[in-house]
Design a protein around this ligand. Structure first.
Ligand SMILES: [Zn+2]
Ligand SMILES: [Zn+2]
Length: 941
């Protein structure tokens, strides 16, 4: 039975091979369940948080995809009907900018192209570059169903977006209104709070005098001073507000001011919102350019004057300053105020300035007409769903964060002034000026019948479509015949009774789990909960019964993954230059080692300090398993030569051993069961770290370091050997190894796939290890007595090894020992003396009542042990060895001291390098002292 396994473990080769195989064989496709399908298990569904179509894989993706893949593979192998559904987000603003940049390099622009041609251009861009991040996922072996890959601008999902908008509009939950939004003058769109990055910047606080209009007009010489960081906005001032109890200004109650430069009369208003301690205690009110002022103006029924256009230039409302860019206007206004003696002062001031996340332009808070969702009814349902525990958060603390946000929720501005996205299905009538919202593009105004309709130019916020994903990816709302290709679209929406296209929804909604980052808890997670509950509740169950809120939620669990930081626990950032590219690390160490590194540190709420040294360690772990496989195959092949074959049909489950099997066989099976039980339990609790470390300990410690070494005693292929015994030992060895591969498979899918196929030597019982069964720990197999006996033997061997070291027994020497222990243990040692002799290099075990006095011994609760060793030392050789060591240590010390004394080096070297050097110096000093002491007590020659 030749096992075709290369000598060296080379992840690059095996990973490329299997990644391609998994996709080609459609191994992880989860077809739409048919009504007569039976016995396929309870569904387990995860939606991949769709990366932006413009995205590239980073360490955060790598972590959350590793976490998802481990869970999906584990659940799939545990008999669930697992579906991991991939897709990409059209990412309105990011993608539009990417293409705009491309156009600029070609000397063109979005405006030059016009809307239709531009949108076509974006589609073209997407066809060329849009799949990059999913290709990376394919290479990393993510076990997603590629047959179901979606794009948020797909026809099917766009129908859902339109239906959701129209339905909310019909329910009077969508309105249009003028509100303050974050406006990017470069992108020329409203952007969400999420897309604004705040940065501290040095700026100024200008104090401006507003003349008070007294009985003699403004010539009384009385002023009210206000302070502002954006003087240009004064062009849009409609009032100045003071606190009603501010004693400094009592005399000004009821008076008016002359707005400088604009020569407009504005009132002084009283409002308790004004802080008396900030600035002068008087606040200019610019409702169209500040959210607080907007609220203030609403309370006092003041008008809003918008003084800026979409590009950040002053418009006609700005009088003499019209046409100037906002910063040019600022300069000129300050100069003019100074000239008129109205500038009371300029102070340095650190501002928290918002920038557009995409293009870094300073964001302008600005009044504009937008579309909003009246969010409260949806929020109430979403809160109820979490309050009643229909959705569970891990870590639990995020539930509190969720409620904090939901309690303070504002209406959701869903319109964006972009070209790339789902265009709002609303039409403006040129005759009656009313709006028609419709599922199908209308030909006539719903109010007056006029045909003079133009579609709204705004598109929907990207989060609106991604918020609908849990329902839309499973076919909502198009459950009827209209889903058949070629049939007309949304006007033919099926009824809920039509079962034709709802099998997916029935099977996979609600999804089981969402794994995502805390940064989009509100923007995405909360919105999916709101929209999911709202729309799914109207979809009855397949049997026609009403869907409860518990079954309307988009997912039953939310797992918020942690951050991946660098080895020094610093956040990765481009400016710091400490960003790790997962693809580069994968190239060096293999996907399996990187996955294992992340898994071994992942637990709820704990950030990961990614240290490449750990990845090196796990690469060595993979190598160790590889070599174990080669050892195993070598023995299987040798066995065949003497007529012993391992029955492959005996593999695939959990190995069973006879009661009279050797201790190590019963022990490794008990260990395997205990390990499997612990791993299953850990994964159930999202303790990836515990699961990974448990498997690591089992493979490296129990299996390789102990079992493999002991079992060598049984693999006797000589003429005189007991063939039945050899076959039994070999069978258990192969069985345990095969089961351990399955246990490891969700963590290291490539390595285990390769070795599993090799175990079956080209005749595997399934297309992939991923389609086999996950080992479950059987309590009956965790034989407590066996674990205890073996534990005592292991500690006996460890004590002998330690003693040998202490008294300087040479590596290769075989020595007798004395052991004092109880009657029970004496039997165990007697039965397993070969094991002890082999593992601790012992020539003879003498069981005694009492350890002979004077012998070097170790004592534990269970035994005393002594090593009998007459030391024969070659004094001359030993002196020479010690002298050489001393010289070496001295040299090392001098070099370390020189470096540590070098000021220039210390100033430049990273802290951990200096730390390492100091540690090394201390260690060398200790070794030197030890060697010197040893030489001092050497007998004379
Ligand atoms: Zn921008
Ligand atoms: Zn009309």
């Amino acid at each position: 039975m030749p096992h075709d396994l290369p000598k060296a473990y080379d992840p690059a080769i095996i990973e490329d091979h299997w990644a391609e195989y998994w996709v080609r064989e459609k191994l992880f496709a989860q077809p739409t369940p048919s009504a007569d399908a039976t016995g396929t298990g309870e569904p387990y569904t995860i939606l991949l948080p769709p990366p932006n179509v413009t995205g590239r894989l980073h360490m955060g993706h790598m972590l959350n995809q590793t976490e998802m893949d481990i869970l999906v593979r584990w659940r799939r192998m545990s008999g669930r009907r697992a579906l991991w559904l991939p897709g990409t987000d059209h990412a309105g603003i990011a993608t539009q900018m990417m293409v705009e940049r491309q156009l600029i390099t070609e000397g063109s622009s979005r405006q030059q192209l016009g809307r239709e041609a531009f949108v076509e251009r974006v589609w073209e861009w997407r066809r060329h570059y849009g799949g990059a991040i999913l290709d990376q996922m394919k290479r990393l072996g993510a076990s997603v169903d590629w047959q179901r890959e979606y794009f948020t601008m797909d026809e099917k999902l766009s129908v859902a977006v339109r239906e959701a908008f129209v339905r909310l509009h019909e329910q009077n939950l969508i309105y249009r209104g003028a509100y303050i939004v974050n406006w990017c003058p470069r992108c020329q769109t409203a952007i969400s709070d999420l897309e604004v990055v705040h940065e501290e910047q040095k700026g100024h606080l200008w104090e401006i005098r507003y003349p008070v209009i007294g009985e003699k007009g403004i010539n009384s010489g009385e002023f009210l001073a206000v302070a502002t960081t954006r003087p240009e906005t004064m062009l849009g001032d409609v009032a100045v507000a003071i606190h009603p109890e501010d004693e400094r200004y009592l005399s000004l109650h009821g008076k008016t001011l002359r707005l400088p430069l604009m020569k407009r009369e504005i009132p002084i208003i009283l409002d308790e919102w004004v802080s008396r301690d900030f600035g002068t205690g008087a606040v200019k009110v610019t409702p169209a350019h500040d959210p607080n002022d907007f609220a203030l103006a609403e309370r006092h029924h003041l008008p809003s004057i918008n003084i800026m256009d979409d590009t950040g230039h002053i418009n006609d409302e700005g009088g003499a300053y019209a046409g100037l860019d906002r910063y040019q206007a600022r300069k000129k206004i300050v100069a003019d105020l100074e000239e008129q003696g109205l500038l009371a002062g300029i102070k340095d001031h650190v501002n928290n300035v918002g920038h557009c996340d995409r293009c870094k332009t300073v964001v302008e808070p600005r009044l504009s007409t937008q579309w909003f969702i009246k969010i409260q009814p949806l929020a109430d349902k979403a809160k109820q769903a979490v309050r009643e525990k229909h959705i569970r958060f891990t870590p639990e603390m995020y539930e509190k964060t969720y409620f904090e946000w939901m309690e303070n929720i504002h209406d959701w501005c869903i319109s964006r002034q972009l070209w790339w996205g789902h265009r709002i299905p609303a039409w403006h009538c040129a005759e009656c000026r009313k709006i028609t919202v419709a599922r199908v593009n209308p030909t006539a105004c719903a109010h007056c019948g006029s045909a003079k309709l133009t579609q709204e130019t705004d598109v929907l916020d990207t989060w609106f479509s991604s918020g609908l994903l849990p329902v839309s990816v499973f076919g909502w709302p198009n459950f009827g015949k209209s889903n058949t290709p070629g049939a007309p679209g949304p006007s033919h929406l099926g009824t809920w009774e039509s079962n034709e296209n709802r099998a997916d929804f029935d099977a996979f909604y609600p999804t089981s789990l969402l794994v995502t980052g805390f940064d989009i808890l509100f923007f995405w997670v909360a919105r999916m909960i709101m929209l999911g509950c709202w729309f799914a509740e109207d979809v009855p169950h397949a049997d026609g019964s009403r869907r409860s809120l518990a079954d309307s939620v988009p997912f039953r669990e939310v797992y918020i993954h942690a951050l991946v930081r660098d080895a020094n626990r610093e956040k990765m950032s481009k400016t710091k230059g400490n960003v790790l590219d997962p693809i580069e690390i994968v190239k060096t160490y293999g996907t399996d080692a990187v996955r294992f590194t992340l898994a071994s540190m992942a637990s709820p709420g704990t950030d990961i300090a990614f240290n490449i040294a750990r990845t090196e360690g796990y690469r060595a772990f993979a190598n160790k398993i590889w070599n174990a496989a080669r050892f195993l195959f070598m023995n299987v092949d040798r066995a065949v030569e003497v007529g012993i074959t391992v029955d492959l049909a005996a593999l695939g489950g959990m190995p069973a051993v006879a009661d009279d099997a050797p201790l190590e066989a019963r022990w490794i099976v008990a260990e395997l069961n205990a390990t499997a039980a612990k791993v299953n339990q850990s994964l159930e609790n999202y303790r990836y770290d515990d699961a990974a470390n448990t498997i690591y300990q089992f493979f490296w410690g129990s299996f390789c370091d102990w079992y493999l070494e002991i079992v060598k005693l049984r693999l006797d292929f000589s003429e005189t050997a007991d063939k039945a015994q050899t076959k039994a030992a070999l069978t258990t060895l192969v069985q345990v190894f095969e089961a351990a591969l399955r246990l490891l498979s969700p963590f290291m899918p490539f390595l285990t796939e390769e070795l599993w196929h090799a175990v079956y030597d080209g005749k595997p019982p399934a297309k992939s290890i991923a389609l086999t069964r996950y080992p479950q720990g059987d309590g009956l197999q965790m034989n407590e007595a066996v674990l205890i006996d073996m534990g005592v033997l292991q500690s006996l061997i460890a004590e002998i090894r330690a003693l040998r070291k202490e008294i300087g027994v040479e590596e290769k020497a075989i020595v007798p020992i004395q052991v004092r222990t109880d009657a029970g243990m004496q039997i165990v040692i007697g039965e397993n003396c070969a094991m002890v002799e082999r593992m601790a290099r012992v020539s003879e075990i003498r069981l005694v009542e009492q350890i002979e006095t004077g012998l070097p011994k170790h004592s534990t609760f269970n035994f005393d042990v002594a090593v009998i060793y007459e030391r024969t030392v070659d004094v001359a050789a030993e002196r020479e060895r010690l002298s050489k060591d001393i010289a070496k240590y001295e040299k090392g010390l001098i070099s370390a001291e020189r470096q540590l004394g070098n000021e220039g080096f210390l100033a430049k070297a990273p802290a951990q390098v200096v730390e390492g050097l100091k540690k090394q110096e201390a260690e060398t000093r200790l070794l030197l002292e030890k060697a010197q002491a040893a030489l001092a007590v050497m007998p004379p020659e």
